[in-house]
Design a protein around this ligand. Structure first.
Ligand code: PLP
Length: 470
């Protein structure tokens, strides 16, 4: 006991001084590349931790205070400290719109626009013809008008903000009529009744969970009514004995009563996805055509763009929203406008299915996934460590992002197992790779779905799997 205490005391005395560490060549080069203050503070943190370790209970290693060892730990720490926490990952889950993984990956054109716009001055609020101030909506409003057939459109931070701003502008202190079957909760605590309460609007529920008729809406309309609201039940479906009026019927009723019909369609696809098995996602242009006053949707769900919320419809109902002082608090950056406009241009040119990753992944045929999967499996097997195995099996990818709850897209899955490692361990090790690999964990197996893995990532994925299973 005594000798161990002596050893501790001795080691504590031998801890090198900050200046001594600063003189090591690799540390000096860090000082050159960053700053003396930064490196000194990291050295102090490291030495403080070392001191507290030495005073702790575990038996200290003989070389605990070795300068070369400390230097190595320090450079590792410095490298870690200059690396951003936000990083790219390989999404091997097969969930196309994975909210935790940042929803839609952007198209090449959107990336290009982002990078160009980010480093230079732009005309974000400047009219180049008149040489005068303009509104940032002028950047995307024309293409939205064209694609949706609407009179006006604006962009806010996300669709939750869009819903809130619409209610705050048009319904504060008044009633909003909503069907009981549409009082949704979207992940991340976005709930229609709560957002409505916050906006100061009163919720007027009509109908029942499964059946709401036009007459129910009609009966609820009174002097206090400000708006009819229709909400797409993005993440659940009510099936069986159900009924609800068509959007056109609701729009007629709203018009007769001089009220706006607002529709939150959630994902807001701009192309028909029926050929790819997605039958009941509303299209924004259909809502406009049916006569809604305003429609709102996310830009980073099925649209495949950056995070934003789009509000489109008639000028009469949109202009007051633009003038709402809260609009400023939901304003989006030039980067978002750049990426969004580039994304929308792919729809204008009819190239969306080819150019927008979300749509490409959605529409990827099983045949292509099978081919890729088998080729990948062959290459992987030839390099797998002993005790590790990979097999192909039929499975399903999902759209995700709180949309298309019923849709499953047939895919080929690769199941990874090992004699030495549990499925949990494999999954964790995959997650610790650089870049991290996010896989599915199901029935005590680790599953890889290549649908959401980009071709250019396959080599890195293979390397990561091998490393994780070794
Ligand atoms: C996803 C969704 C929202 C929230 O959209 P964000 O862009 O995530 O803020 C609101 N309403 C519906 C119906 C949705 O599907």
């Amino acid at each position: 006991m005594n000798s161990q205490r002596d050893l501790r005391q001795e080691l504590l005395r031998q801890i090198p001084a900050v200046d001594q560490i600063l003189q090591r060549p690799s540390v000096a080069s860090w000082v050159n590349r960053t700053s003396r203050g930064f490196v000194v503070s990291e050295i102090q943190t490291l030495l403080a931790r070392l001191r507290s370790d030495l005073r702790g209970t575990g038996a200290p290693a003989d070389n605990a205070v070795d300068v070369a060892g400390i230097e190595m730990q320090l450079t590792e720490r410095l490298q870690y400290r200059i690396s951003p926490v936000l990083t790219t990952v390989i999404n091997a889950t097969g969930v196309i719109l994975h909210t935790n993984l940042g929803r839609a990956p952007l198209s090449a054109a959107a990336q290009k626009s982002l990078s160009a716009v980010s480093a230079q001055y732009t005309n974000v609020e400047y009219d180049l013809d008149r040489g005068a101030r303009s509104h940032r909506d002028q950047l995307v409003e024309p293409v939205l008008m064209e694609l949706l057939g609407c009179e006006a459109a604006t962009v806010v931070n996300n669709n939750a903000a869009a819903v809130f701003l619409i209610l705050d502008t048009h319904a504060t202190g008044k009633e909003v009529v909503v069907s009981r079957g549409e009082l949704i909760e979207i992940g991340g605590s976005f709930r229609i009744p709560e957002i409505m309460a916050r906006s100061g609007a009163r919720l007027c529920e009509v109908g029942t969970t499964n059946k709401t008729r036009l007459a129910d809406y009609e009966a609820a309309i009174g002097p206090e009514t400000a708006m009819l609201l229709r909400v797409h039940t993005s993440n659940y479906r009510i099936r069986g004995f159900t009924e609800r009026p068509s959007l056109g019927e609701l729009a007629d009723l709203a018009r007769r009563c001089n009220l706006p019909l607002v529709e939150d369609i959630g994902s807001g696809s701009l192309v028909d996805l029926k050929p790819y098995g997605i039958a009941d996602e509303p299209m924004a242009q259909d809502s406009i055509a049916a006569g809604v006053a305003l429609v709102c949707f996310s830009a980073d769900k099925l649209l495949g763009g950056p995070q934003a919320g789009i509000i489109a419809g008639s000028r009469r109902w949109l202009d007051p929203i633009r003038r709402n002082p809260l609009m400023r608090t939901y304003r989006v950056d030039k980067l978002v406008y750049g990426a969004l406009e580039a994304t929308l241009i792919s729809y204008r040119t009819g190239q969306a299915l080819r150019e927008i990753p979300v749509l490409r992944l959605l529409s990827m045929p099983l045949q292509e996934l099978t081919l890729r999967g088998k080729r990948f499996l062959r290459r992987l097997r030839s390099t797998l460590p002993p005790g590790a195995s990979a097999v192909a099996l039929a499975g399903e990818s999902v759209v995700g992002g709180g949309s298309c709850p019923d849709v499953s897209l047939p895919t080929l899955l690769l199941a990874l197992t090992s004699d030495q490692l549990s499925a949990n361990e494999i999954e964790t090790r995959l997650r610790r790779q650089h870049p991290p690999i996010i896989a599915r964990l199901e029935d005590d197996r680790v599953l890889i779905d290549l649908r959401t893995v980009f071709l250019a990532q396959e080599k890195t994925l293979q390397k990561g799997i091998i490393e994780a299973m070794s």
